[in-house]
Design a protein around this ligand. Structure first.
Ligand code: VG1
Ligand code: CO
Length: 560
């Protein structure tokens, strides 16, 4: 077959955000819209593209299969030699990262809008991951965006029809060169990787019970997202968890109407089931499988910032890290600083990076980083270059198996040792974009006034002294690349922090995020409710920002 050149029109706004291009499905369905973006990704790869291999898969959401077919046709026409495609177009984000690395491909295209709802009236997304398996860094996504602004045509072979629902290989001749599509099992490579990282037999003993310990009862909720088949294979087939303890484990194109985001608001059914049931542990994952929420008995909630710190303090429970050693820890800037305490006490280097997993990749590639996380329910390690929900769950079960304690006791002991960073995030979704921008400008000018530094901010009986206010910027220690305007920060002398950011993953309007982090080491405070402890700082954050005046909002859409 031979390739065709199709004249196209330019679409504005194909700028990848924190994690790829995310828009409403109907926007992606416009004539040439998706084709343009795929062509731009391929073109951004330059000469390496010719003869390359790429991985393709996604979270199973509506429109995904259609886009897999488009990618096959466009990649063939652009000189790609081989595509490795997940069966039915299904690959979790961590699985894509695993497969890129295992087969040393030039990269992969992930079809996901992560935790955003799916279906004809909801969202779709396309993300490019590089040969290290991680989300493309800013210089690559900028290049893709620049190409979308001048693209005149794209190359396609319209009549390739390959069945992506069954595992097989097809090779066809394109302009005289072989082009292969390999449809692979979506879970095999990932499961093999997990079995090399963790001690499955000790986790199995924990879950099944033994002479000296009753079975540790878990409830796993895949939220109708992509993790279903992975959860079934790992927890049911490998670890023997009963089917009734695995729920929402069939990927659905609209996630069954769920908002597949594992947090206390959107995974309410998991919270209630754990509160009312016999379970010792609960876990949920997002649409594309890179986020996780961990709950203990009675739905004791482990904040993602604490989860990172606890895992950091207990990496010796996981065989993988016994082999690799602990090279360093990292968190995104707005993430609660609990892991900093572990790093300080254990003498391990800690890195702070901007929001988004792409910033961890260089540190990992250079061998400086073993474990990292974000407050947005993302936890992961250098076993791949994405955050990894199922990995985090297995990591927690390894720690529980090793320590022989409940989740709650593990946290209490951790706080007794390191003190506690209380953390909360308020999200205001779908705000007017102009109002949100004005508010950010207002905050920035307030916190950059010279007299702001050293000023005292008071709410109730609490007074905080400002150490610094700035717009966070980051210089990558490996390649020197810079990322500026990554969030407005107010740092206080006692280590407390207030951070304001606009989301880079929404598909419409603006989402304002306000993050508050405060450290306490008074033993009497350790058990307190985070909202209660943080109330004064939250009040201060809302006052400085004039959030209500700018946006008209009295309350957040939700808080974490
Ligand atoms: C959000 C989170 C960020 C995360 C990103 C992608 O970005 O805050 O921590 O890395 O989503 O996660 P933003 O720009 O909306 O704050 V995922 O699971 O959506 O790929
Ligand atoms: Co995700």
């Amino acid at each position: 077959v031979t390739s065709k050149i199709i004249e196209t029109r330019i679409y504005d706004g194909q700028k990848p955000g924190t994690s790829g291009l995310r828009k409403a499905v109907r926007i992606f369905m416009q004539e040439h819209y998706t084709e343009n973006f795929i062509q731009a990704i391929l073109q951004a790869l330059g000469e390496q593209l010719l003869g390359s291999t790429l991985v393709v898969g996604g979270d199973g959401r509506y429109y995904g299969k259609e886009v897999v077919r488009k990618i096959i046709r466009i990649a063939a026409a652009n000189g790609v030699k081989k595509l490795i495609v997940g069966q039915n177009g299904i690959l979790s984000t961590p699985a894509v990262s695993t497969i890129i690395r295992k087969y040393k491909t030039l990269g992969g295209i992930v079809l996901t809008a992560s935790h955003n709802p799916g279906g004809p009236d909801a969202d779709f997304g396309i993300k490019f991951n590089c040969e290290n398996g991680g989300p493309a860094p800013d210089n690559v996504t900028n290049k893709i965006y620049e190409i979308t602004k001048v693209l005149k045509n794209y190359k396609i072979i319209p009549d390739i029809a390959i069945d992506i629902d069954k595992i097989h290989n097809t090779t066809i001749q394109v302009d005289g060169n072989p082009f292969t599509v390999e449809i692979i099992d979506s879970v095999d490579d990932y499961v093999e990787h997990m079995k090399n990282i963790f001690d499955f037999s000790s986790i199995k003993i924990l879950l099944q019970g033994s002479n000296d310990r009753p079975a540790f009862k878990v409830l796993i909720n895949a939220m109708n997202g992509v993790t279903g088949p992975y959860v079934k294979r790992i927890f049911s087939h490998e670890l023997g968890v009963t089917d009734s303890s695995i729920v929402n484990a069939t990927p659905l194109e609209d996630f069954g109407g769920l908002h597949p985001d594992p947090n206390l608001t959107y995974a309410k059914d998991l919270v209630n089931a754990i509160k009312n049931g016999p379970y010792d542990f609960g876990a949920a994952f997002d649409g594309d499988g890179d986020r996780n929420m961990i709950l203990g008995k009675n739905a004791f909630f482990v904040t993602p910032s604490d989860s990172l710190a606890v895992l950091a303090a207990n990496l010796n429970s996981i065989p993988y890290f016994k082999k690799t050693g602990i090279k360093g820890y990292a968190r995104s800037m707005p993430t609660g600083a609990a892991v900093d305490r572990v790093a300080a006490k254990t003498g391990v280097k800690l890195y702070e990076v901007p929001t988004g997993w792409k910033y961890f990749g260089n540190l990992m590639d250079a061998g400086h980083l073993s474990l990292c996380g974000e407050e947005s329910f993302g936890t992961g390690s250098d076993h791949i270059r994405e955050k990894d929900g199922i990995w985090a769950c297995l990591a927690w079960l390894s720690v529980v198996a090793n320590l022989g304690k409940s989740v709650e006791d593990i946290l209490l002991n951790h706080w007794q040792t390191y003190g506690r960073n209380f953390f909360t995030r308020y999200d205001y979704e779908n705000c007017d974009s102009e109002a949100a921008n004005k508010m950010m400008h207002h905050i920035e000018s307030e916190i950059q006034k010279p007299e702001f530094m050293g000023s005292k901010l008071t709410s109730g009986s609490k007074t905080y002294v400002v150490k610094l206010g700035d717009n966070y910027s980051y210089v990558d220690p490996i390649d020197g690349s810079q990322a500026s305007k990554q969030g407005l920060r107010i740092l206080f002398q006692d280590g407390s922090r207030i951070i304001y950011r606009l989301s880079g993953t929404g598909s419409s309007g603006a989402t304002i995020r306000v993050y508050v982090d405060s450290y306490e080491d008074d033993p009497a405070s350790l058990n307190k409710d985070a909202q209660e402890v943080l109330k004064p700082l939250v009040t201060i954050a809302l006052e400085i920002s004039k959030l209500h005046e700018f946006t008209g909002r009295d309350a957040p859409t939700y808080f974490l």
